[in-house]
Design a protein. Sequence first.
Lengths: 263, 283
Amino acid sequence: MNRLTLISLQVLVAVVTLLFWHIASTTTLIGNPKTISFFFAEPLAVGKRMIQWFMEGSIWYHLGITLTEAALAFIIGSLGGVIIGFWFARKPLLAAVFDPYVKAANALPRVVLAPIFALWLGLGIWSKVALGVTLVFFIVFFNVYQGVKEVSPAVLSNARMLGMNERQLLRHVYMPSALSWMFSSLHTSVGFAVVGAVVGEYLGSAAGLGYLIHEAESVFDVTGVFAGMFVLMGFVILVDWLVTLVENRLLVWRPRASVITNR
Amino acid sequence: MIIARKTTRDLNEAQDVNAVELNGIHIAFPLQGGGTYEAVGETNLVVSDREFVAIVGPTGCGKSTLLNATAGLLKPAQGQVRTFAKPLSGLNKHAGYLFQQDSLMPWKTAIDNVAIGLEVAGTPRRDALGQARVWLGKVGLAAFADRYPHMLSGGQRKRVGLAQVLIRHPKILLMDEPFGPLDAQTRLIMGDLLLDLWSADRKAVMFVTHDLDEAIGLADRVIIMSAGPSSRIIGNYTIPLARPRNMADIKSEPQFHDVHREIWNALKEEVLKGYRQTEEVRP
């Protein structure tokens, strides 16, 4: 199949879905349009709402807040994951002692922490950042840990025979290996940073996309909910595309990536 | 720094000193269920400076183990490893090691892989890269400097590995079935390349292989090891073939066949013994 056919087919799926949605919510063909549009909104109204948001400019503020929270969660979570992952991988005793606790902490569904973070850190951005950090941290941690552990023994012996001391091994062998694992989990960890931000906002805040959706929902403004979801979708796709660009630059040396996508 | 300089001077004074001496070494590994597995039993081996020694034996006879002990990656359970008249402690700083498995750093380009040995020793990056370029030329890969290992063929990766090791001018070259995974033609070419590079500044070489033709073609001396466990040296043959040699042509010389027959008769029994053992172990 060539590219053009593929793209037209992909567009066709969207067109058919929207058309079906439109017909169902405005005509009596499928059911009572009043009921359907109450639960599912109308595509044209949703589109209008999104345009209105962007024209007014109010959406940029919310997008900015969500982006800030996600970015902070990603940076702090990644730094923590890299440092602790490295430390544990180089100190097997430490890793063995903390192993059950790491597993236990990772087994906990992070959403339940949101109220506690709100209690501790208030309703500002930091409670959302904290929630995102707990999600990002474990993904990065496990990948870095694995990256250090999985260094091929032959590469390691070779590097030592080439005269590398511990510090040089860290820089030329362990670091690149660990970071390659981390980078290949970039899509997942960035995605979770956004999840943390939006879920946190949803559960209690005064700004951000999650807040926007929650506000619309609380007054049964389904159009607002759907508009919020579509903006969020577009936002995530954009972020994901940026991650792909970064990844292609950073992992040129890698033929094919294998990843741990823990939860 | 001072220590390093002193060592170099000592080496210059002592040209006739043996590059490697394995004195009564035993090598054992702990087994999972307790106890130990003795891979190599009582072994004595002397490799002179500038001598090319090939070590041949059946699969799993501890040939690689012997190299690892010489490199200092493995500590023998008993006995002593000496290198240039000094007991070995820690890694063998005189040795360059070409491993059987892929051991290039996959995140570095070919030229960075070759230069790294100099860089970590303190050579400025520009100089290191310059020398690396020269060495890549010597192994015929000048045009591939910016490729990553996964973009190179198996033979090309071995060439990069060879350059990576030789650029540091090790006094001892340890090679563990370096051409093992390559096809027959590439092996011949790599053999000739190795002989070329080696004859330029004869280092002591310990070359492990299971290919007797390759061993005879390359080496001054061929060592035969018995099948494990507790394998030991059971044969020591000086190869009287004249140098310079050519890996393809040498096989048609009558002398080659005489030596080959003699060694093969000794080796055959061990190979069969090795096979029988793997058969027994297999469930």
